[in-house]
Design a protein around this ligand. Structure first.
Ligand code: NAD
Length: 447
């Protein structure tokens, strides 16, 4: 099948490469010339495990190419995916200007039937806007061409995006015609060989499914985070509670880890957008409003733990292990670490960081911050620091050399935002340890 994908970001690039891997011919289109030049050199502009290898092999075999020339891409393909960003406006609603711009561009250049598929996360009803933009633009050109518009929300998780895409749990499509459904079913058959479902529905339900999925996951996380704060007050251990409830099939063990709150480019934005959709329709989404507030509170309460230990942070040096919003990605959008770094810098502290993938993006974000530095080695980043703070659970942090940590830090203190260490181990090692929803060990407790 001949496919073009507009937007070669986290979603568009991964989807495009996976379509190519299944034997399709793919053209990735972007307005960002630098990104396209890098892709043409076989270098992925984003960090995602396994992506570089798939990109290079499919590029070499000619199954995927990249361009800024929208017209050529449209005229040489039959299925066109829209995978551009839908960033939030100040009031939380999704900005559809990039999606609608692509729809307009498609209609300006198309010269035969096209199936236009929205993969970006969009508010319910966007398919109608895309359709009407195409109709309006074709009318301006004074031509009549058949086309279908479909919704196909993306459920991949950054950090394991290739696996999520190649072995997707389900494919959801919102279609209005049998033709659109059949084309998408054929495209996705190779991804569903293990029997996972192809779910065709009306476009509104498909668009709603994406928001509902993210809202449900964000709710689980916030509820566990709320429990974690209570656990600290009543002397319970949230990880024991997690095991205790996760064994119940009705609850399940996934997405119930307490931490420092969800981040990334999806959950915060999509929860906000859904609340706004509700408000506009006179539906007060009270649970989601609480989910969002709880998420913000969870971040603040972690920062408060650091602030309460030190009377004055000015002049102190802290080390952060992990800045990306989750392991396996260089994405720092809405990452809790960004709030932590901002707080420390504002308080006059110096911050030394290690992250296997996100240093470039972070330094870019905190331009001109002389008190922020990155180190290529996680232990080197510890020199002169009064504490190690862990906002992201990269694998290399799970079983580190604690004696080296202790010898490098000025004082053996760890603030762990992801509960990756055992309280008992920290106690044995003589490390003052603060985690989430579990008893802390103060120096006076240490034997
Ligand atoms: P991104 O910011 O990484 O990439 C978007 C790309 O679109 C950029 O490269 C940008 O230059 C390009 N673009 C903008 N206008 C364009 C145009 N007119 N023509 C061609 N390219 C254009 O975004 P992303 O993280 O890949 O997210 C894309 C969409 O997918 C969003 O709606 C997001 O909510 C959704 N989504 C994201 C994830 C995720 O994990 N990142 C998962 C599921 C769904």
């Amino acid at each position: 099948m001949k496919i073009s994908v507009f937007g070669t970001g986290y979603v568009g690039l991964v989807s495009g490469v996976c379509f190519a891997e299944m034997g399709n011919t793919v053209i990735g289109v972007d307005v960002d010339e630098k990104k396209i030049a890098s892709l043409k050199d076989g270098v992925s502009p984003i960090y995602e495990p396994g992506l570089d290898q798939l990109l290079q092999s499919n590029y070499k075999s000619g199954r995927i190419d990249f361009t800024t020339n929208a017209k050529d891409a449209i005229n040489n393909t039959d299925i066109i995916f829209i995978a551009v960003g839908t960033p939030p406006f100040e009031d939380g609603s999704a900005d559809l200007k990039y999606v609608l711009k692509v729809a307009e561009t498609i209609a300006e250049h198309m010269n035969s039937y096209k199936l236009i598929v929205t993969k970006s996360t969009v508010p319910v009803g966007t398919y109608k806007k895309v359709k009407s933009m195409i109709e309006k633009t074709l009318k301006k050109r004074n031509i009549s061409l058949a086309f279908d518009v479909a919704s196909n929300p993306e459920f991949l998780r950054e950090g394991c995006a290739i696996d999520d895409c190649m072995k997707t749990s389900r494919v959801v499509v919102g279609v209005e015609t049998q033709k659109a459904k059949e084309i998408l079913k054929k495209l996705y058959e190779p991804f569903l060989r293990s029997g996972n479902p192809f779910l065709a529905m009306d476009p509104a339900s498909s668009e709603m499914t994406k928001y509902a999925a993210n809202a449900m996951l964000a709710t689980k996380i916030s509820l566990m985070n709320e429990f974690s704060r209570l656990c600290e007050k009543v002397g319970a251990d949230i990880d024991m509670v997690r095991h205790g409830i996760g064994a119940d099939h009705r609850i399940g063990p996934y997405s119930i880890y307490a931490g420092i709150g969800y981040g990334g480019s999806c959950f915060p934005k999509d929860v906000m957008a859904l609340i706004k959709i509700g408000t506009d329709l006179d539906e007060n989404l009270q649970i989601l409003t609480a989910v969002e507030k709880t998420n913000a509170l969870q971040r603040r309460s972690f920062i408060q733990k650091i602030a309460s230990k030190y009377k004055n942070l000015s002049g102190l040096c802290f080390t952060l292990w992990g800045v990306a919003f989750k392991p396996g990605t260089d994405d720092i959008r809405e990452a809790p670490a960004i709030d932590i770094i901002s707080f420390l810098l504002k308080s006059g502290a110096t911050v030394r960081c290690f992250d296997p993938a996100a240093s470039e993006n972070t330094l870019d974000y905190f331009k001109n911050e002389k008190n922020l530095s990155f180190f290529p080695d996680q232990y080197e980043a510890l020199d002169n620091s009064v504490a190690l703070i862990i906002p992201t659970e990269w694998k290399s942090f799970r079983n580190p050399d604690f004696n080296l940590i202790k010898s490098k830090l000025k004082s053996a203190v760890i603030f762990d935002g992801r509960n990756i260490y055992k309280n008992s181990d920290m106690k044995d090692l003589g490390i003052e340890y603060y985690s989430i929803g579990r008893p802390h060990y103060q120096p006076t407790d240490l034997g």
